[in-house]
Design a protein around this ligand. Structure first.
Ligand SMILES: Cc1cc2nc3c(=O)[nH]c(=O)nc-3n(C[C@H](O)[C@H](O)[C@H](O)COP(=O)(O)O)c2cc1C
Length: 440
């Protein structure tokens, strides 16, 4: 299920089957939470068995039944953007839960904070929780009645957008997803404004739950828009479309990246970049078994061992001090890993990494086991399929090779025109190294 499909499918569920969420779901959520907490400064916690927090609120708004698990959305009181961040990162968890067939509901009021077994240290607070758990496909009568009472019709796209000129397609096309964002009391308070060629998002009052609503709506927009970008935090703040929106800046910026072999001390950020990009965009190519094998391969300890034993050369592309792309190369000529941080894709970094691989190869030719979602981009870089798609240990890949005649690292290709879903963030592992043979 794509993000957009999850946005369309999601609906608040208040009657659960009463089971705590399973081990596999919990492991995925814990990994996401660790990443989000590090990125945002939040202290989100997964409470797998916390039914007591819902036992005293049966007669109020919500009327939840059989809640066992929830995300406790904890953060620092002093964080000016706490609620907005909670909305943004919490909705990522909601959409992942939806993809995994679980029901969810944001809950800002109708639960007992004191009975919630999460850690809320001094200076932290718990503005809301998000219930998560198995639900029945068929709605119970009580849940249906409640839903009708609580749920108000969503707004139409034209009701949430204003501005001084007609907004471009990448804004208008994402509006339905913003309209589908859940909001406290079903108020749908978020509006977007296109002014002076810039997009901003706001709520009438940046207090209480409206700022959570704002964070949720911002995430829906970012996921639905064809224009990659980043929201600044705050009421009325802008959607920064970065280099992709301004090709001339992108061209200038490309000249400022540097490529060098990674030091052992840099393997941790490299592993993190690959893990994040993998989780964001490539994981759908893998079975759970394949995802686990691949994660083990790119774990820091595994990278460290392979680099020390000279089984793998790891190169990084840096913008300033920031690592934005990683290449894993196996002698004599194999591209083993190729990841570009999401917001730096379409800027020629993949092309530079392939060019680096070509310099490392003996005769300028390269081979790769391309993940299905990366095949299009490798074609653009001059690689051609060598046989049929294969699958090993849950990893699907197409063997491809680039038989360079002129020594040029695919300069004939137009990387910026490659669709986002064809960018090669990952390829299956090389087969001839001792490290992988018979394993992946
Ligand atoms: C910040 C926030 C707080 C919410 N608090 C509650 C709550 O306390 N109790 C409840 O039953 N639903 C709560 N909801 C769920 C909303 O009522 C629900 O999202 C809204 O009615 C839209 O319905 P939908 O989620 O099915 O699209 C909350 C939603 C948000 C975003």
């Amino acid at each position: 299920m794509t993000d957009l499909e999850a946005i369309e499918k999601r609906v608040s569920r208040r009657t659960y089957l009463g089971e705590p969420i399973g081990e596999e779901d919990a492991a995925v959520f814990e990994e996401m939470i660790a990443r989000f907490n590090e990125e945002s400064g939040l202290q989100i916690q997964l409470v797998r068995d916390g039914s007591k927090a819902f036992e005293g609120f049966r007669r109020c708004y919500g009327m939840f039944s059989n809640v066992r698990s929830y995300f406790a959305m904890v953060g620092k009181y002093a964080d000016l953007y706490l609620n907005e961040k909670i909305g943004y990162y919490g909705e990522k968890l909601v959409l992942e839960a939806t993809k995994r067939g679980l029901g969810t509901c944001w809950v800002g009021g109708t639960f007992d904070r004191k009975a919630c077994p999460c850690q809320v240290k001094s200076g932290w607070e718990l503005p809301c929780v998000i219930t998560v758990g198995a639900v029945s496909e068929d709605w119970a009568l009580k849940e249906r009645v409640l839903y009708k009472l609580i749920h108000r019709p969503v707004k139409r796209p034209e009701q949430i957008l204003s501005g001084d000129a007609e907004a471009p397609d990448w804004v208008r096309e994402a509006l339905p997803a913003v309209c589908l964002a859940p909001s406290s009391l079903s108020r749908h308070p978020v509006t977007l404004r296109w002014q002076g060629g810039k997009l901003s998002a706001a709520v009438p009052t940046y207090a209480d739950h409206q700022s959570i609503d704002l964070g949720i709506a911002k995430l829906h927009f970012a996921l639905a828009s064809q224009m990659p970008g980043t929201w600044s935090w705050g009421n009325g703040s802008a959607y920064r479309t970065g280099l992709d929106a301004r090709p001339e800046d992108a061209a200038a910026e490309r000249g400022r990246t540097t490529m060098r072999e990674l030091r052992l001390s840099e393997l941790q950020p490299a592993a993190r970049l690959m893990e994040e990009t993998f989780a964001d965009s490539v994981i759908s190519d893998f079975s759970p078994e394949g995802a686990a094998s691949f994660r083990a391969y790119i774990a820091q300890e595994s990278l460290q061992r392979m680099v020390k034993e000279r089984q793998l050369d790891l190169w990084g592309c840096f913008e300033g001090n920031r690592l934005v792309g990683v290449l894993g190369f196996c002698a004599p000529d194999r591209v083993a890993l190729l990841f570009v941080r999401k917001q730096f894709q379409h800027q020629g970094i993949g092309t530079q990494l392939v060019g680096q691989a070509q310099q490392l190869s003996v005769d300028g030719g390269l081979t790769v086991h391309a993940a299905p979602s990366a095949v299009g981009a490798y074609r653009q870089w001059g690689f051609a399929p060598q046989g049929e798609e294969q699958e090993t240990d849950g990893i699907r890949y197409l063997p491809m090779a680039r038989l360079s005649q002129n020594g040029s690292p695919a300069e004939d290709t137009q990387e910026t025109s490659a669709p986002e879903d064809q960018k090669p963030q990952k390829e299956a592992l090389p087969s001839q190294t001792e490290e992988n043979s018979g394993q992946l």
